[in-house]
Design a binder for this molecule. Structure first.
Ligand code: AMP
Ligand code: MG
Length: 492
């Protein structure tokens, strides 16, 4: 059933990883399996057997050719450097070459203790597994780079967090699991050779067009630049869907530019740029509005690890890398304006587009509007004669919206595109359904009682996000006061 493994990371020097085996679980039961992704990865689905799959995705049995390793990494957690983190509850089974010839990692998360577990149990509760499954698949459907969810298995065991919870294992697929923190692990140990190996692996896997640059310094500088570009694109994408990652530590920032490590993450309901969900983020470091600045900070940490590769003269290396970090905010702004233009139904580019987008966001904040419904229902307001009740009702106070709408229509009038076309563009750019936090919580609560129906129903609508759900617009609805989830807890 499994495609064959190509084993790249397991062949890197031993100090970069730790060979480790999954700890078997009591009673493996496959509760979710992503057939479409499996197909893409080259699984033979004709030979698919649920019992065998449960055993494999629980870590009770290894697929042929797998050589599981826990990857070493460090990281800045909430700004503080921790020299050793590593996969404490995850194991990379190996890499496969998918049907599009791309290298993909297959990793079990929640598969038991590893040499990097420190005090942890290596396990994962069902809640965080389902949250990651739902949110990562939604992210993919929204066209934003992300790790994917291939399977979820319950273990028949309890894990103890604040209270005992049912245990589960997630199978995650990534274009690689190398993080800024992976580079930091070796840089902090003065192991320039390992940093170089990692950088070369990152170039080979994610930025192959850089591989033929013969000048080493140029090549690694270009790597920094390419990662900065992907991260600008990624975070702009998050901002455009009202997503808050929640724990943007450097160990949760992937070199590939994919969203990784879904913990206490959420899509925002009522728009407030200062929104924070994570229960452990007391200072609001990772609030929605801070995400672009934080990613710039993380990129600066990445740049530091590359210094010895960029130039043997440290000062010159810093001089060469600095503009990439310094100019990141401009680069981000360009990406952000692109995202917002599409959300506003604009095809061409004009000077004031950024301000136009910002003015809508300000109106949303002041009017306590729901992020998603505002954008989804913009299509109702294209025509000046439109009453657009769904759009207007979404704002508690509408003055700013009323001032904004004519500005936007004026701008739309300068696009040589028919109204129908603009409406179609708006609906293709602004999702009807995202996994709202209260819906995710509800699906998890039911699953914890053994009912996976709500999880499956939610998964079905959020993986088709631009379509208004048939008969069940309830999925689009923001939470009522009593349904609001104000805090989400860490995925540990
Ligand atoms: P996270 O905050 O989930 O990104 O994880 C931070 C670090 O804690 C990583 O090194 C994880 O592998 C480790 N970790 C998280 N949960 C556990 C657990 N239950 N057992 C062992 N290590 C864990
Ligand atoms: Mg992490």
């Amino acid at each position: 059933m499994f495609p064959s493994f190509s084993l790249r990371y397991a062949r890197l020097p031993e100090r970069m990883r730790a060979a480790s085996q999954p700890t078997p679980v009591e009673e493996a039961r496959l509760v979710a399996f992503n057939r479409e992704l499996a197909e893409e990865l080259g699984f033979e689905l004709a030979a698919f057997e649920a019992d065998e799959a449960s055993e494999i995705f629980a870590g009770n049995r290894l697929p042929e050719g797998a050589e599981p390793v826990a990857m070493a990494y460090a990281g800045h957690q909430f700004g503080n450097f921790v020299p050793q983190l590593g996969d404490g509850r995850a194991l990379l089974l190996g890499e496969v070459i998918d049907r599009h010839d791309r290298i993909r990692d297959i990793q079990l998360k929640g598969s038991g203790r590893t040499p990097f577990s420190r005090g942890g149990d290596g396990r994962s509760p069902l809640g965080p597994v389902l949250r990651e499954y739902l949110v990562s698949e939604a992210m993919h459907a929204l066209g934003i780079p992300t790790t994917r969810a291939l399977a979820a298995v319950t273990t028949g065991e309890r894990v103890f967090r604040r209270i005992p919870e049912p245990g589960a294992v997630l199978t995650r697929v990534a274009s690689s699991h190398v993080r800024v923190g992976t580079f930091q692990y070796f840089a902090a140990r003065g192991d320039t050779e390992a940093v170089r190996l990692l950088a070369d692996e990152a170039i080979a896997r994610h930025y192959p067009h850089l591989a033929d640059r013969t000048d080493g310094g140029e090549r690694y500088l270009a790597l920094l630049d390419a990662v900065a570009e992907r991260q600008a694109e990624l975070v702009a994408g998050w901002m455009g869907v009202g997503f808050i990652h929640g724990v943007m530590n450097t160990d949760n920032t992937a070199i590939s530019g994919e969203t990784i490590d879904y913990g206490p993450c959420a899509f925002m309901d009522t728009f407030d740029p200062r929104t924070v969900y994570s229960s452990i983020d007391e200072q609001g470091r990772y609030a929605y509005v801070n995400q672009p600045v934080i990613i710039q900070w993380n990129l600066a940490r990445f740049a530091e690890t590359l210094v010895p590769l960029i130039d043997s003269d440290g000062e010159r290396a810093v001089e060469r890398a600095t503009p990439i970090i310094r100019d990141f905010s401009e680069r981000f702004e360009v990406r952000w304006r692109e995202v917002m233009r599409v959300k506003l139904g604009l095809v061409t580019e004009e000077e004031g587009d950024g301000e136009l987008a910002q003015a809508l966001l300000d109106a949303m904040r002041d009017g306590r509007a729901d992020f998603h419904l505002t954008f989804r229902y913009l299509a109702d307001g294209v025509e000046a004669s439109a009453e657009a009740p769904r759009l207007r009702e979404n704002f508690a106070s509408q003055d700013e919206l009323e001032a904004w709408l004519p500005r936007w229509r004026e701008r739309l009038a300068r696009e040589s595109v028919a109204t129908d076309d603009i409406v179609a563009r708006l609906n293709a750019a602004n999702p009807a359904v995202i996994p709202r936090n209260h819906r995710v919580a509800e699906a998890i609560a039911a699953a914890e009682e053994g009912d996976f129906g709500p999880f499956e129903a939610l998964l079905a609508v959020i993986t088709d996000p631009y379509t208004t759900p048939d008969g069940d617009v309830d999925y689009m609805r923001p939470p009522r006061d009593e349904e609001k989830v104000l805090r989400t807890f860490c995925g540990t």
